[in-house]
Design a binder for this molecule. Structure first.
Ligand SMILES: Cc1cc2nc3c(=O)[nH]c(=O)nc-3n(C[C@H](O)[C@H](O)[C@H](O)COP(=O)(O)OP(=O)(O)OC[C@H]3O[C@@H](n4cnc5c(N)ncnc54)[C@H](O)[C@@H]3O)c2cc1C
Length: 286
């Protein structure tokens, strides 16, 4: 067990009329699993991540991607291009370029990495968020308990890698069209491409795969899905548990799939609606 998380002798008991669980898409399901909440249809812990690809671009002028309103430009052109059941779509965004965020996600080591970071102010980064959870090529992941913690298993399918390749192509084309001098898909062992034609050829030949291709995620969704059908959901559309009368879940774990868009505002919206409805119900029944 991790130092700092050892149980103490202290036991605290909370007693409330109604409980709200808001521990996020990983911890809400793990708390429910550890509490032996009924889960007859094995729905707990089905998790979606928007696994994301990154493409760096160098401009001759300063971009200063660390400054200004972050992520204020995006494109939904490719999110639903092939429908929900078809090839996986992706949302394009221009991510904030913060030094630590970028240093940990760019490729190369030692001198080559230092050279990349030396041109930090001329670097632009586009990201592609793959929407997951809509067909067998994007089943999402599964949170499970381990002896002293938890784990998330998230398989990356052939369909995902096909989507990743299309996303790298779209990002490179976009970056060159915007005036980039060089483009670097974040995949180990690659050098910058100097033109869209070279990039198109090079990316099409890339052998994408685990570890060598950088796949990131900041959007954890699902794990305690909402819905009226108990075979597919743990809580109803208002976040009320299907199994425990005095429990509601209010966080990003209630999404039954990924969203294909940044989740925070949808979480705010759904929680505002459900918390208001719960408060009214509890006040009326008291
Ligand atoms: C680097 C980064 C950038 C992001 N950028 C964006 C963005 O630009 N736009 C956007 O829409 N979204 C963004 N997101 C995603 C967004 O932050 C999350 O989707 C959102 O915060 C999830 O809300 P939540 O309420 O489900 O969970 P959380 O915000 O994770 O809240 C869960 C809370 O529960 C607490 N908790 C967990 N377990 C326990 C426990 N056992 N006991 C007590 N407390 C516990 C946690 O400490 C946490 O405070 C970003 C995320 C990251 C990491």
């Amino acid at each position: 067990m991790t130092e700092g998380f050892k149980p103490t002798e202290l036991t605290i008991t909370f007693s409330a009329k109604h409980y709200i669980l808001s521990a996020g898409a990983i911890h809400t399901p793990t708390i429910l699993m550890r509490s032996n909440t009924p889960d007859p249809h094995k729905q707990l812990g089905k998790t979606f991540l928007h696994p994301s690809l990154l493409s760096g671009a160098m401009f001759s002028e300063q971009i200063n991607g660390h400054s200004g309103a972050p992520q204020s430009i995006y494109s939904d052109e490719f999110v639903w291009q092939d429908g929900a059941a078809g090839e996986l779509g992706y949302k394009l965004e221009v991510a904030p370029v913060h030094p630590v965020l970028i240093a940990s996600k760019t490729i190369g080591y030692g001198v080559s990495h230092a050279q990349l970071m030396a041109n930090f102010n001329q670097m632009q980064v586009t990201i592609a968020l793959i929407r997951d959870g809509f067909n067998e090529q994007s089943p999402g992941g599964q949170v499970r308990l381990t002896d002293d913690s938890f784990a998330l298993d998230y398989p990356l399918t052939e369909g995902f890698w096909r989507g990743a390749k299309r996303a790298f192509l779209s990002m490179a084309e976009l970056q060159f069209a915007a005036g980039a001098k060089k483009v670097l898909p974040m995949h180990d062992g690659l050098n910058f491409f100097d033109s869209w034609n070279d990039a198109k050829q090079g990316i099409n030949q890339l052998d994408l795969g685990l570890i060598k291709t950088i796949v990131a995620s900041a959007h954890v969704m699902g794990g305690c899905a909402m819905g009226e059908d108990k075979t597919q959901a743990m809580v109803d559309s208002y976040g009320h548990s299907h199994y425990l009368e005095n429990l509601s879940v209010m966080d990003g774990s209630v999404f039954p799939t990924s969203l294909g868009a940044n989740p925070q505002l949808s979480i705010y919206g759904i929680v505002a609606r459900n918390a208001t409805a719960l408060a009214q119900k509890l006040t009326q029944s008291s």
